[in-house]
Design a protein around this ligand. Structure first.
Ligand code: SF4
Length: 278
């Protein structure tokens, strides 16, 4: 049977664009590209990502030192989008920081909020701090993973601040670019979303050198001993010499310390145990 003809010119153009995209995507071997870019600078990787995906890519900004990604994007001179997950449980300092970043760069962060009905159900049945009792997975699923999933469904690629040195247990193998193993993009299905990690090979101290050199605004929590920054009840400062992940979900086993945003990093078995499929 003949395929139904597009009703409007706009639909015909969209269809054509979609076909073009598929053809273009088929040609890219992201494992190969990751190998080619393994020694590229974060700026070069960022430039490549923005050049390739234009308006269909966005930086995931957590409100910590991943502000460096925004500075790299600015330095490319290309337009870029930024989104953040407002879990409703962030520190006041982080909200102030978001505002400072918007003003500094003249951008609007695309905030994603959790579903009100889901948060209501969780908090009414289990209280505001259920994660201390039965683990952070359920709350993270409602407040972070599902809103992230919604954000990514509108994109073809995203950019994260993940680094190998952040979590030797789960992040040691991060490539600078990969087909996202867990989330779907706008075209639907696993495999439809590309994940860029421009600072995968950069060490924390080098990120900080860059931030200071470029006079980038920083979250004031960093000056209070926070390294990794997340939700207020689940993040605490670390002592000198302690690993930054020790400041997150400190009441839980180290292996479970991925909140589901990057669950593809964790071995299949562990991911199933985490159960972050929501
Ligand atoms: Fe909930 Fe803590 Fe996860 Fe934030 S980090 S979504 S407060 S469990």
């Amino acid at each position: 049977p003949l395929a139904a003809a597009p009703a409007t010119m706009a639909e015909a153009v969209a269809e054509e664009k979609g076909r073009g995209r598929e053809e273009e995507e088929e040609k890219v071997d992201y494992d190969q590209l990751a190998r080619e870019l393994e020694n590229a600078s974060p700026l070069e990787i960022m430039d490549k990502a923005l050049e390739k995906f234009g308006d269909d890519i966005a930086i995931a900004f957590s409100g910590a030192e991943d502000v460096a990604l925004i500075e790299y994007a600015r330095l490319t001179g290309r337009p870029f989008r930024v989104f953040s997950l407002d879990t409703g449980r962030l520190n006041p300092e982080t909200y102030r920081f978001f505002d400072a970043v918007e003003k500094h760069y003249g951008i609007h962060i695309e905030y994603m909020f959790p579903d009100a009905v889901e948060v209501q159900a969780l908090v009414r049945s289990k209280g505001l701090f259920s994660f201390y009792e039965d683990g952070h997975q359920e709350c993270c699923r409602v407040r972070k993973v599902r809103p992230l999933r919604r954000a990514l469904k509108g994109l073809r690629a995203w950019i994260t601040g993940q680094r190998k040195d952040q979590s030797p247990g789960t992040r040691a193998q991060i490539p600078v670019v990969q087909v996202d193993p867990s989330f779907e993009g706008i075209d639907g299905g696993i495999g439809s979303l590309i994940k860029w990690n421009p600072v995968a090979n950069v060490e924390g101290k080098d990120i900080w050198d860059f931030i200071r050199t470029m006079d980038v605004p920083v979250n004031s929590l960093h000056s209070q001993g926070y390294v990794s920054i997340g939700c207020e009840p689940c993040t605490r400062p670390v002592l000198p010499g302690q690993h930054e992940r020790e400041g997150r979900w400190w009441w839980e086993d180290a292996k479970a310390k991925e909140c589901g945003l990057h669950k593809g990093n964790v071995a299949q078995e562990a991911a199933q145990k985490l159960g972050t499929n929501g």
